[in-house]
Design a protein around this ligand. Structure first.
Ligand code: ATP
Ligand code: MG
Length: 447
């Protein structure tokens, strides 16, 4: 087979046989966020480039090296979103959500684009689950955000992620810290990468986040921000820790965490896994009290996190976390002949109207081939309809798991299916002595 082209480097297809894992992770994220009062927001995949230059910060790696930026046909500079916060913040302001009751709590599932070297856990198109809480200044909000991420990991059965937290202060206490950093790094200026030499003037904290090995080495002994916090920031950090303690959330204070965005303030945090190699940060976030102002709004203390969904899934697979079985059809209808096909279409519609999944062969193959197909699909029940069944108005409904068959009336098929599948459940109940599962009874095909 000679394909005319292949998928772009650093992108990944999710195949139908695998997508249930993504769906499960995504649904778990959304429902956990919803339980904390977050509502989904959807923003465009591309934005004006200046949004990210301002909203992520033009001294960051993301803006300096990683963005997919291009001119559109009208000559405007457009960028594919490298992260979710800037777009959500723009939307918050542009749509006047800042005038509604605060906080505004939003969450999203989005694709993100970064021109990075593809490797395990690092893609050029990846996906994030993110939350943003606009208009909340108290430490209880920081702790709630951190606990929501943990809630998601717990529900997914992910173990052994360690939580690292830090405070990077506010612009006031940071002025002193910047001075100390400048002094420290200036002495070693010749050994820094060209980006870092430039950052030294504009945003020396960025040097702590540089991935160039020689810069990393120098950064090891740099002054730590916690020694420079003002009283307000120190107290804020102490309270965040107190709330985490109260929720029994374990953490380590890691003064080296500064996070990728320019406008982070006070609390920053990461959940890191040791199970998946170098790209171990599954979730990162923090407070960004300066961002909304930076984008042209009034001062609005805010915070949020981004969770890398591919990395999360890699961790889950490495830890052999369970994914619920993908849904299979409730019924396969094998139809022999044109008349039977008409009946199959009719029954399938009635079944689907009642919320069951029903599948038939759209290729009208031989009975043998249809049964093989039914087996592949893993349908719970099947029924064969041919001339004989049509004439009699009756068919055999076969339970594919037990092999048992029951008579079913073709004119009242759905109610017959209902009671037969209910009987099966009751039998299961007797056999297993387990609690009767009413949900699965009334919505075999619902999740
Ligand atoms: P890293 O240090 O790994 O480059 P980052 O600080 O650039 O991460 P963030 O901007 O904080 O990452 O994004 C939040 C999360 O998104 C990360 O913790 C990670 O799980 C995920 N992520 C970031 N970049 C990629 C990528 N290129 N491919 C896959 N996932 C990514
Ligand atoms: Mg990065």
């Amino acid at each position: 087979m000679a394909l005319i082209t292949k998928a772009i480097k650093g992108t990944k297809d999710v195949l139908p046989s695998e997508v249930y894992k993504n769906q499960y992770i995504e649904a778990t994220c959304l429902s956990a966020a919803e339980n904390c009062g977050y509502k989904e927001i959807r923003t465009p995949v591309f934005e004006h480039t200046e949004l990210f230059q301002r909203g992520v910060g033009d001294t960051t790696d993301v803006v300096q090296k990683e963005m997919y930026t291009f001119d559109d046909k009208g000559g405007r500079s457009i960028t594919l979103r490298p992260e979710g916060t800037a777009g959500a913040a723009r939307s918050f302001l542009e749509n006047g959500l800042n005038n509604e009751t605060l906080p505004q709590k939003v969450c999203y599932l989005t694709s993100c684009y970064r021109y990075e070297k593809p490797q395990a856990g690092r893609l050029r198109e990846f996906h994030q689950f993110g939350i943003e809480c606009f208009g909340a200044s108290e430490p209880i909000a920081d702790a709630e955000m951190i606990s929501l991420a943990k809630q998601i990991f717990d529900e997914l059965g992910v173990k052994d992620l360690h939580l690292e937290i830090n405070s990077i202060g506010c612009p006031e206490c940071r002025a002193n810290y910047h001075k100390a950093l400048k002094e420290y790094f200036s002495e070693k200026e010749d050994e820094l990468c060209s980006n870092c030499r430039e950052r030294l003037e504009r945003n020396p904290m960025r040097l702590l986040d540089c991935k160039v090995p020689s810069c990393k080495e120098i950064a090891k002994d740099a002054p730590v921000v916690l020694d420079y916090l003002c009283d307000d920031c120190r107290e804020h950090f102490e309270k965040v820790k107190k709330y985490l303690d109260a929720m029994n959330i374990e953490y380590q204070v890691n003064p080296k965490i500064v996070r990728g965005l320019d406008y982070y303030t006070k609390t920053v945090f990461e959940y890191v896994s040791d199970a998946i190699g170098a790209q171990g940060t599954v979730c990162g976030g923090g407070r960004y009290d300066g961002l909304i102002e930076e984008l042209g709004g009034a001062k609005t203390p805010s915070l949020g996190f981004g969770m890398g969904l591919e990395r999360l899934q890699i961790v889950m697979e490495a830890q052999e976390c369970e994914f619920p079985e993908p849904k299979k059809p409730d019924l396969f209808i094998a139809a022999m002949g044109e008349k039977a096909q008409l009946k199959a279409v009719e029954i399938a519609k009635d079944m689907r109207d009642e919320g069951f999944s029903a599948v038939y062969d759209v290729n009208a193959r031989s009975l043998r081939a249809q049964m093989k197909y039914a087996d592949k699909l893993g349908a719970a029940f099947n029924v064969v309809i041919g001339d004989g069944e049509l004439e009699e108005g009756k068919a055999k409904l076969k339970n594919m798991k037990t092999g048992e068959s029951s008579d079913i009336d073709l004119t009242t098929f759905v109610s017959g299916f209902y009671s037969i599948s209910m009987d099966e459940q009751l039998k299961d109940l007797e056999i297993n002595g387990e609690a009767f599962d009413f949900n699965s009874l009334f919505g075999i095909s619902q999740n």
